[in-house]
Ligand binder design. Structure first.
Ligand code: NAD
Length: 304
């Protein structure tokens, strides 16, 4: 429930829509499932934690919700998850993928290849598998919604390189899936949320007192849910975007480019230009597609 005590999504606004939530029993998954159920969606509650899946299902049932399907499988079993959803509800309209495996907090040199593999398996291949299995159904019905989860930790989070790597992977495919889905009514977006839990306390010490206070009082998991539900709703026209959400607020992350220096034909010339190239501030161009970027780059390379 939001601070205004209004429901996050209007009752009945997701009626007859089937939404698969993978990583459903985590900090974000739980309030997402609760808000979807309250809005009348058929909710597919998927997570690897059997007890937590059962407990969440029971709590939603006791709140009067019946259109629920509980699945204890890894998100990497996308085809099975989607098949079960179709068998129960006859359609799949959206997938929300807040999956997150255990984070190995280690300096880069101490992380093993298996640490990276496990992070990829849970955080990247899981969301890909569910999305890919739902995709042909989305195409057939001319409608689909996908939300993946990236993170501001991509801006640099020492000892979390296995994690940040996976968040970059989801960011990297966001625009491409949005483009591939465009002709089929499929909207694909990423959310970069903040959902506080007391076990994050040591990580927030780096912030100002005001922001630490906000983490503890305002940045609760459900404060990200309105935008997440908006992105899987019929009304969503945005696609290929990254929304940062926290404390009942949302903004858009941008990928900016600064005009470069041309005529760099020697290492010495490059080293001399580094200061200018890496200078912060100034004009930033935001390309919306790869073509946009390459055309803009071509102009300064060609001195136009
Ligand atoms: N919490 C934050 O502040 C924050 C910040 C930035 C990004 N995010 C991102 O948001 C998403 C959700 O975060 P959270 O805080 O709710 O995480 P969480 O750890 O509370 O929940 C993640 C859930 O995913 C489940 N899971 C793990 N591997 C799975 C698999 N292979 N198949 C199915 N389920 C699996 C876990 O059992 C767990 O229930 C994550 O992708 C995370 O990277 C969270």
């Amino acid at each position: 429930m939001s601070t205004s005590n209004r429901p996050i999504a209007a009752e009945g606004s997701f009626k007859n829509r089937t939404v698969i939530v993978s990583g459903a029993t985590g900090k974000l998954g739980r309030p997402i499932c609760a808000a979807l159920a309250a809005a009348g969606a058929n909710v597919v509650i998927n997570d690897v934690k059997a007890d937590a899946v059962q407990e969440l299902t029971d709590s939603l049932k006791s709140a009067g919700h019946t259109a629920l399907l509980s699945i204890t499988l890894s998100a990497t079993s996308g085809p099975e998850i989607v098949a079960k959803a179709l068998e129960q509800f006859g359609r799949v309209d959206a997938v929300i993928n807040p999956t997150l495996g255990p984070i190995p907090w280690k300096p880069f040199e101490d992380l093993t290849d298996d640490d990276f593999r496990a992070a990829y398996e849970n955080n990247v291949l899981g969301p890909i598998s569910v999305t890919k299995a739902a995709w042909p159904h989305f195409k057939k019905q001319g409608y689909g919604r996908v939300v993946n989860f990236t993170s501001d930790s991509m801006l640099g989070f020492p000892t979390a390189s296995a994690y940040t790597n996976t968040k970059g992977a989801l960011f990297g495919m966001n625009k491409t899936l949005a483009m591939e889905g465009a002709a089929h009514g499929i909207k694909v977006n990423c959310v970069s949320p903040i959902a506080y839990h007391p076990n994050m306390e040591r990580h927030i010490l780096r912030f100002s007192d005001d922001v630490q206070h906000a983490f503890k009082t305002l940045y609760q998991p459900e404060a990200n849910v309105p935008m997440i539900l908006a992105l899987v709703s019929e009304g969503c026209q945005a696609s290929g975007e990254v929304f940062n959400t926290a404390g009942w607020a949302a903004g858009r992350n941008v990928w900016g480019n600064k005009k470069g220096v041309n005529g760099l034909e020697t290492v010495d010339a490059c080293l001399k230009a580094l200061g200018q190239i890496t200078e912060k501030g100034g004009d930033v161009f935001e390309p919306h597609t790869m073509v946009d970027f390459t055309e803009w780059q071509g102009k300064y390379v060609l001195n136009k």
